[in-house]
Design a protein around this ligand. Structure first.
Ligand SMILES: Nc1ncnc2c1ncn2[C@@H]1O[C@H](COP(=O)(O)OP(=O)(O)OP(=O)(O)O)[C@@H](O)[C@H]1O
Ligand SMILES: [Mg+2]
Length: 269
């Protein structure tokens, strides 16, 4: 029996193998009181990768994406984005980091209900200038909404609302797009439209970290990373899909390690 690959093999050629990582997560821990949502997660993200972040409900996916996006803070560990350690940033620097570097797309869209599609996108513009409106129009055209600029969210379908949210995420030309179950509230047809936009963004060189429960959506990504109970338990860069608990050397996989950074010293040999 032939099985489809879990990630897109052509897409996996996209990132330059020798490039410096865009993101480095090192031993990331998040505790809510006595609950350990992340138990020491480490992995790198290369520029231009599309990573599908998977795992059971409660495994820490949203927690990880929120910390990486500067919406939440880690209990310990380090998150370096383009060489900057964001765990050391104060609130005003975090606001700037979020606006300049990150494009967020959420399952629930989070549009402002009394603003039009165009105004929702313009609201997110960080560098204000007289060209604001034309840039916002351009980005809405890019997601196929040229004829919906003046619509309020309530007058848009779920798929259209998510496309406005994607336009909003793109308006400041972020280096990193973080999407938390972006198709979770969409029907099949709109899911396809939204995933096609992400395909185009990936082909244009954007780096994408996308939480999804859907294996078919994950197949579009160039890499799949999986969390279980706050630990990294699978990373397809390692080519050990069939033996997710083993490192590339065939040794037990350390719960707080990352296979992409594993060497013979860090194996539990
Ligand atoms: N603000 C919070 N306070 C206390 N516990 C929290 C908080 N946010 C998340 N948690 C807990 O942390 C764990 C990880 O939650 P998280 O939302 O990251 O999971 P998830 O993998 O995104 O799950 P899902 O697939 O259901 O969205 C869960 O046990 C959750 O209950
Ligand atoms: Mg979640």
């Amino acid at each position: 029996m032939t099985t489809q690959p879990l990630v897109n093999p052509a897409a996996s050629l996209a990132p330059a193998p020798q490039s410096l990582p865009q993101v480095v997560l090192e031993n990331l821990v998040k505790e809510y009181g006595t609950l350990r949502a992340l138990g020491g997660v480490s992995f790198d993200i290369q520029p231009g990768e599309w990573i599908a972040l998977m795992g059971p409900s409660g495994s820490g996916k949203t927690t990880l994406i929120n910390i990486l996006g500067g919406l939440d803070t880690a209990t310990s560990g380090r998150v370096t984005v383009n060489g900057q350690d964001i765990t050391r940033l104060g609130e005003s620097d975090l606001v700037r980091y979020r606006a300049e570097k990150i494009g967020f797309v959420f399952q629930q869209f989070h549009l402002v209900p009394y603003l039009t599609a165009l105004e929702n996108v313009m609201l997110a513009q960080y560098f204000h200038s007289v060209t604001d409106e034309s840039q916002a129009v351009e980005v809405l055209k890019r997601v196929g909404l040229a004829d919906r600029l003046e619509h309020l969210p309530a007058k848009l379908s779920g798929g259209e609302q998510q496309r406005v949210a994607i336009a909003r995420a793109l308006i400041n030309q972020p280096k990193l797009i973080l999407a938390d179950e972006p198709t979770g509230n969409l029907d099949q047809a709109n899911e396809e439209i939204v995933i096609n936009i992400f395909r185009e963004l990936h082909q244009a060189g954007h780096t994408i970290l996308m939480v999804t429960h859907d294996v078919d959506i994950a197949r579009n990504a160039s890499r799949r990373v999986e969390l279980t109970h706050g630990h990294l338990t699978l990373d397809t860069t390692c080519n050990f899909l069939e033996q997710p608990k083993l490192c590339p050397h065939g040794k037990p996989f350390p719960s707080s390690g990352c296979c992409s950074t594993l060497d013979s010293k860090s194996c539990n040999s």
